[in-house]
Design a protein. Structure first.
Length: 174
């Protein structure tokens, strides 16, 4: 082990040093405004809205647009960050999971829209008739390899954008 001379601090002015952050999650009182429950509710709402938008755009465009998954990942992550005000990894995990849920809902809602139009039944009747087995069959039947790429990007964005980043003190001063 290397011994540094007295008075030398390798972490001084180092952005990795936790003491340089004003929003350090390890300082007592800094996490009082976090609300994981509100973040999850907002993220779930964003996932549902994103899934519905995905289905509507896909149906009217006539093709599945993978970029919708990226939009859902951003929407979910931003919603969790804004309403949950989270600074720790639990918010990121929720964002990643709900981004995936939003993508899956987008595909399920798209299939249901096509069934609704073809059968003449309302979309709500089609959705209410779904069970887990039917939903998984829809997802497996409509899945393409490129979906995995876009789902992965959405999961990454949901993870990345769900937390408030700590700001180093030297960047926080005006």
């Amino acid at each position: 082990m290397i011994k540094l001379p007295d008075g030398i601090n390798p972490y001084k002015n180092n952005p990795v040093n936790p003491a340089n952050y004003t929003q350090n999650p390890y300082i007592p009182g800094m996490n009082d405004d976090q609300n994981l429950g509100m973040g999850i509710v907002a993220g779930l709402a964003a996932a549902i809205v994103g899934g519905v938008l995905w289905a509507v755009i896909t149906y009217y465009a006539g093709i599945q647009i993978g970029w919708m998954a990226i939009g859902i990942g951003f929407l979910v992550g931003f919603s969790i960050r804004h309403f949950g005000k989270g600074k720790d990894v639990s918010f990121s995990i929720a964002g990643a999971f709900l981004a995936l849920v939003g993508c899956l809902l987008g595909n399920i809602f798209t299939v249901c829209m096509y069934i609704s139009v073809e059968s003449g039944e309302s979309i709500f009747n089609v959705l209410s008739g779904l069970d887990f087995s039917t939903m998984s069959d829809y997802l497996i039947t409509s899945f393409r390899l490129m979906d995995a790429v876009f789902y992965g990007i959405a999961i990454y964005e949901g993870y990345k954008y769900s937390v408030i980043k700590a700001i180093p003190d030297n960047e926080n001063k005006n």
